[in-house]
Write a protein that binds this ligand. Structure first.
Ligand SMILES: *Cc1c(COP(=O)(O)O)cnc(C)c1O
Length: 402
């Protein structure tokens, strides 16, 4: 009897011996939580994405919360969020007492567009909109320059969790050429892993200072910023060594040096990871092209050099006389993991209740056809053929590959 091939999840981290050694070295040192390895990770991350400042924090979700606080978004404000995204892109507005207003997406790329954002801004009332979250779904990019030009007074936060290593209009995602902040996650399913973790990039020193402060309880330790002079300084004008100040409350959203060691080791392999993902996605494009008229690879948005986070197929399940759940179960039985990214967030029970939204036809059309196939750097080229052959079988004759 032959050994079944290994299970292929839709995404998976890629850890080598150097990563393991880097984490072990931190464990032998003086710092477990935020210390010199976090500084080194921030510097390496900033260099990798061409950012002026990079602030590491405990997760991408925490990062989005810090971004909202740094921008001063609060009760009564609106944050525009594309509806095809992970929950956290919208929840960050709720954390600060603001209201998410959901924007539609292009039915074929899954990315939001200037037209869709404009419609949502109009629906919300332009004066109320205090931030736009631009989600670079799947690893290709929203046209942030066009959004910035149309709404110069509204800060843009790039949710770049899927787009580490991508470029947009020739600029590295993270450089923040047209945005206030770009947020990345280093969750294991993303391109670079630290276990849990997030990184916020910005060109603005004021935002950098606020995000650093809010990730650490809102504490200020720089004597130049102390306001209560009597408590802060002694009779000789020396700052009291124990003293710190809190102008407004923050959170414990620090990253640990243990996590940062893994992230630092991994960020050194970013271009290799991205190249491998691009290569595999190219193989998928060719193989899916042979699956008949009702199956195709996600088209690439123009102007973008994607760093594929997911390999998405668009499948007309109804035309093939099947349904997505059946296909996913059949693939699972063949050792292939798939996922759907994402159920439109405005249709979640909580947001149906709190943020009633008109039908968003592009998002529904995208959602009903998308299926994320396995994509991670350690996959073999042959695995793509195995996945697409199994997909064709699971779709019946209509999805038969050549
Ligand atoms: C992963 C992800 C997040 C959240 O990141 P965490 O590090 O898991 O908190 C937010 N937005 C998108 C689009 C993501 O993929």
């Amino acid at each position: 009897m032959s050994v079944p091939p290994p299970f292929l999840p839709y995404g998976r981290q890629c850890i080598d011996e150097a990563d393991i050694a880097a984490v072990a070295e931190v464990l032998r040192g003086d710092f477990l939580t935020t210390g010199p390895t976090v500084d080194a990770f921030e510097a390496a991350f900033a260099a990798a994405v061409n950012a002026l400042y990079a602030v590491a924090c405990s997760s991408g979700t925490a990062g989005l919360h810090l971004a909202m606080m740094a921008l001063g978004v609060g009760p009564g404000d609106v944050v525009i969020v594309p509806t095809v995204t992970f929950l956290a892109s919208a929840n960050c507005a709720v954390y600060v007492g603001a209201e998410p207003v959901f924007a539609d997406v292009d039915p074929d790329t899954g990315l939001t567009t200037l037209a869709a954002i404009s419609e949502a801004v109009e629906r919300a009332g332009r004066d109320r909109v205090k931030a736009i979250v631009a989600v670079h779904l799947n690893g290709h990019c929203v046209d942030v320059a066009a959004l910035a030009q149309a709404f110069p007074e509204i800060p843009i936060v790039e949710d770049a969790c899927h787009a580490l290593g991508a470029a947009n209009g020739g600029e590295t995602v993270g450089a923040c050429t047209h945005s206030a902040i770009a947020m990345f996650s280093t969750h294991p399913v993303k391109t670079v892993a630290s276990g849990e973790g997030g990184v916020l990039c910005t060109r603005d020193p004021v935002l950098d200072e606020r995000m650093r402060r809010h990730r650490n309880h809102g504490m200020v330790r720089d004597p130049a910023r102390f306001t209560d002079r009597e408590a802060a300084f002694d009779a000789a004008g020396e700052p009291n060594p124990w003293y710190y100040e809190m102008p407004e409350p923050g959170y414990n959203y620090r990253l640990s040096d243990i996590h940062a060691a893994l992230g630092l080791s991994q960020i050194g392999r970013l271009s290799g990871f991205v190249d491998r993902r691009r290569h595999l996605r190219g193989l998928y494009e060719t193989a899916l092209g042979r699956c008949g008229p009702h199956v195709r690879a996600l088209p690439t948005a123009p102007g973008c050099d994607p760093a594929w986070h997911l390999s998405v197929a668009l499948i007309d399940f109804a035309a093939l006389d099947t349904d997505r759940g059946t296909v996913m179960r059949r693939l699972r039985d063949e050792g292939i993991g798939t996922q759907v990214h994402y159920f439109p967030v405005h249709r979640q029970p909580y947001f149906r209740e709190t943020a009633p939204t008109p039908a968003l036809a592009g998002a529904d059309r995208y959602y009903e056809r998308c299926l994320s196939l396995p994509l991670f750097p350690a996959m073999a080229d042959e695995d793509v053929g195995r996945v697409v052959a199994a997909l064709s079988r699971s779709l019946g004759n209509g999805g038969a590959a050549g």
